[in-house]
Design a protein around this ligand. Structure first.
Ligand SMILES: NC(=O)C1=CN([C@@H]2O[C@H](COP(=O)(O)OP(=O)(O)OC[C@H]3O[C@@H](n4cnc5c(N)ncnc54)[C@H](OP(=O)(O)O)[C@@H]3O)[C@@H](O)[C@H]2O)C=CC1
Ligand SMILES: O=C(O)C1=N[C@H](C(=O)O)C[C@H](O)C1
Length: 273
């Protein structure tokens, strides 16, 4: 627990693209402080100061490969790592009964079931995108999908990310697909078309299509196209800086501190549910 009243946050994956952005965000946002920084055993960053690595100068938080003592003296964890690591961290957050903010994407149904089980004791906020803009976009997509009939308007979701991204479709594309499916009052599973190749036949009415682009340093671009006969609506979001995700994650942690254990979304945090 914090001695200052500020929420003590452990950043796991502290040397990663998001990890370093999170360290900088915590440093500038009131009400939170960096309580720990974790990387995997064998990481070349172990022992280095998390603040110095993130470019804000020494903050006296060395990067460790041992999450348990770090979690034991913290109020929350910010986790943008990888699915297997996130499942493990959710178990530790449940043991410590603290907040766990999960931005990691590419989790399987089995991973999500384990995270949901951990949420019996941890207060978990999980979202494929922590930005205000994308979560507002999801609300607009749901409204548009509800207003425009599935027989008249086809929904296609297009995303582009940097060359280092390992999962597809992006967590955000799936979040937007879920919003479109909710608007249409259908499940996304079974109505999604994730890949097209070769002789696909004509488009099946009511399906939700995905297209993935990878290249360069693109932070994250998403467009939802509602294509009718003779007209087309495109709803888009362009992330220009990872700071939007990091600020959203810190905001989620501060919000979750006062909440009971459970599994929450960024829409809950932002009051958009
Ligand atoms: N929800 C949202 O708003 C956003 C979500 N993301 C998601 O966040 C995740 C991370 O993205 P990004 O920062 O670009 O990726 P990076 O690869 O740059 O960072 C991930 C970091 O986590 C570390 N890590 C992996 N496994 C462990 C472990 N077991 N213990 C400790 N550290 C570990 C990695 O170490 P190593 O390199 O040694 O494997 C790496 O330093 C992705 O799933 C991405 O899609 C990204 C941006 C926004
Ligand atoms: O890997 C990334 O970089 C991002 N991942 C998230 C996703 O999968 O949607 C969020 C953001 O678009 C950046």
């Amino acid at each position: 627990m914090s001695e200052t009243g500020d929420m003590g946050l452990v950043v796991v994956g502290a040397a990663g693209r998001m990890g370093q952005t999170l360290i900088r965000a915590i440093h500038t946002m009131p009400g939170a402080r960096v309580a720990g920084a974790v990387e995997r055993p064998g990481s070349p960053y172990l022992g280095k100061d998390a603040g110095e690595l993130a470019g804000i100068g020494i903050i006296n938080v060395p990067i460790s490969d041992d999450p348990l003592p770090a979690f034991a003296k913290a109020d929350g964890v910010l986790d943008f790592t990888a699915p297997a690591a996130t499942v493990e961290f959710a178990g530790y957050a449940a043991q410590a009964r603290i907040v766990h903010v999960i931005g990691t994407t590419g989790c399987s149904a089995d991973d999500n079931a384990k995270i949901a089980a951990a949420a019996r004791h941890a207060t978990i906020v999980k979202s494929g995108n922590m930005s205000l803009g994308v979560n507002l976009l999801a609300v607009l997509v749901e409204q548009a999908a509800r207003a425009l009939d599935g027989d008249d308007f086809d929904i296609e979701i297009l995303e582009m990310h940097h060359r280092h991204k390992v999962d597809a479709p992006s967590g955000t594309a799936l979040l937007l697909g879920e919003a479109a499916a909710a608007g249409r009052e259908i499940p996304l599973a079974g109505n999604d078309v994730r890949v097209r190749d070769g002789h696909t036949g004509v488009r099946k009415p009511g399906t939700i299509g995905f297209a993935t682009l990878r290249g360069g340093s693109v932070v994250g671009d998403h467009s939802v196209v509602l294509a009718g006969t003779g007209e087309r609506i495109t709803l888009s979001h362009h992330a220009e800086d990872r700071a939007i995700f990091a600020r959203g994650a810190v905001k989620a942690a501060l919000w979750a501190r006062a909440k009971k254990p459970g599994l929450y979304s960024m829409r809950d945090v932002l009051g958009l549910s």
